[in-house]
Design a protein around this ligand. Structure first.
Ligand code: LLP
Length: 395
């Protein structure tokens, strides 16, 4: 079929490059987010008419400017902790509670209390919560997360379905859940499934949609069907961009078979991954027994994805982007762990040297969000570019 290619990344633009090089001088490691790219991805999803409502999974990147941008683009926000709910309502105090979903996993009772008091849509995914906290949930309107019996995604560690996964109510316990809900006069108005992250096949959601549609018919009180997030992005030049068209055609077919429901998606990665880069500077270039290593001043504490999932991020030497002569280097960080490796045998300018600005691409999702202070290294800084040549929103 037709070969799809990734577009040129925003940071190849001459203005953006200049801006990034200047930022690298003011302090690294530093995440930089390009809001026009966030808007472009938001608009691509908003154009899909088979989807009635869109929520952004803020766990991917909860920077205030990104939350504001996506709400401006018509997205609601999906939260999984009290901290995320507090972030949302502090950045966007006017946001109506109907624009917020609370989809936690094994959260303490107090967080459900907090969410219910704020009036956001709360999702449960087990019978035990109803049994143990009946008075908390009595008479409420709630959503239910189903385990469809399988997971999917770019790595085993991000699959969120099937027997080995802690997420979701198995279908075998649906009647038990509904009986308990009836006893407590709870109305189940939303149905949810999210099988994993970085799912490659566009037909995945069509299938999820179909299964949830069938379950919704059985339950009877369902108004909203949330088919989760999980949309992938092309991290490497070999990855094909996600086929949004095939995705939306599949959804449209299923939607026609289940009229009367609101269909919802809640992606994180798709909206923000490509908007973000991690800027670092080269600390040392060392040759050891035939392997040349470039050290970055950000380690696995700043960007966990390679260490945790063997994830690929393109690495570029911004200071020498146009250098022709390249060599292979392993790219490592300063953390005292063998897993502190961003990439092996990466092509970088042969002249790469201390102080060069090194960029890790497509790190806008699950980058800063998962950063930590291991080895007592500071958290990375963050910066926003709004596309007008100057910095975007403050904070
Ligand atoms: N909805 C629910 C219930 C989720 O658990 C998640 C992600 C999303 C939506 C958004 O998924 P997305 O569209 O971003 O794939 N740290 C991993 C990804 C973990 C995703 C966790 N849940 C990574 O860096 O690949």
């Amino acid at each position: 079929g037709q070969v799809r290619r990734r577009g040129t990344p925003w940071w190849h633009g001459a203005d953006e490059r200049r801006r990034l090089l200047a930022l690298a001088q003011t302090g690294t490691p530093r995440y930089v987010y390009h809001l026009p790219t966030v808007r472009a991805r938001a608009r691509a999803l908003a154009a899909i008419s088979a989807v009635d409502r869109r929520f952004y999974a803020i766990k991917a990147n909860s920077h205030p400017a990104i939350l504001r941008t996506l709400v401006e683009e018509g997205f609601g926000l999906e939260c999984v902790s009290q901290g995320e709910l507090e972030r949302v309502f502090s950045v966007l105090p006017e946001l109506p509670p109907q624009s917020v979903l609370f989809t936690p996993s094994f959260a303490p009772r107090a967080e459900y209390e907090f969410a219910l008091a704020r009036g956001v849509a709360v999702t449960l995914d087990n019978v035990e919560a109803l049994r143990n906290w009946p008075e908390l949930f009595r008479g409420r309107n709630l959503w239910l997360r189903i385990d469809l019996g399988r997971g999917d995604g770019h790595h085993d560690k991000v699959k969120t379905g099937g027997k080995a996964s802690k997420f979701g109510l198995p279908l075998a316990r649906l009647e038990e859940f509904l009986a308990q809900a009836r006893k407590l006069e709870i109305r189940i108005s939303g149905l949810h499934a999210h099988l994993g992250s970085g799912v490659e096949t566009a037909q995945h959601w069509r299938q999820v949609c179909d299964e949830l549609g069938g379950i919704a018919e059985r339950i009877g009180s369902i108004e909203s069907i949330d088919i989760g997030g999980g949309l992938p992005i092309p991290y490497s030049a070999d990855d094909e961009p996600f086929d949004l068209e095939a995705w939306s055609l599949g959804l449209a077919e299923i939607k026609a078979a289940y009229p009367g429901y609101q269909f919802i998606i809640e992606p994180g990665r798709y909206l923000v991954a490509e908007s973000g880069v991690l800027l670092t500077r080269v600390t040392q270039v060392v040759e050891k027994e035939g392997i040349r290593r470039v050290g970055a001043d950000a380690g696995m504490n700043a960007l966990m994805r390679p260490a945790l999932y063997d994830a690929w991020h393109d690495v570029a030497n911004l200071s020498r982007l146009d250098d022709g002569a390249e060599e292979l280097f392993d790219v490592v960080g300063p953390i005292c762990e063998s897993s502190d490796v961003f990439g092996k045998r990466r092509r970088l300018p042969a002249a790469t040297a201390e102080g060069d600005a090194l960029l890790f691409a497509d790190t806008g999702a699950y980058g800063y969000a998962m950063a930590n202070t291991y080895n007592l290294r500071a958290l990375p800084a963050e910066e926003v570019l709004d596309g007008n040549g100057d910095d975007g929103a403050a904070d």
